[in-house]
Design a protein around this ligand. Structure first.
Ligand code: CU
Length: 105
């Protein structure tokens, strides 16, 4: 019975995750010259935070040029996602470093 209660609690926590209100902050690591996770889904009004754990600068730059965030080594940079859509993005310094942000309403 206790096991069932734990399972229910876990299930509720999982369900509560994606239903979180707009305006939350979600993080992407810049680590080992890669974005982690490579793909992330957020909602309009959410803040996306890129935390650079490398010893070189990186950027998060939308391929359509609609946004560009420069992040120094050991620092973080953030942006409020204001437009719905799928955004492929890269690091301008390391074009092989690619990611995707999906912004839902
Ligand atoms: Cu880079």
């Amino acid at each position: 019975m206790r096991r069932l209660a734990i399972l229910v609690a876990v299930a509720l926590a999982v369900l509560a995750g994606p239903a979180s209100k707009a305006g939350t902050t979600q993080s992407v690591l810049m680590k080992g010259v890669a974005f982690e996770p490579r793909q992330i889904t957020v909602h309009v009004g959410d803040t996306l935070d890129w935390a650079n754990q490398d010893i070189v600068a990186h950027t998060a730059t939308a391929r359509d040029k609609s946004w560009d965030v420069n992040v120094l080594p050991g620092k973080d940079g953030h942006m409020v996602m204001k437009a719905v859509g799928r955004f492929d993005y890269i690091c301008r310094y390391h074009p092989n470093m690619t990611g995707e942000v999906i912004v839902e309403p």
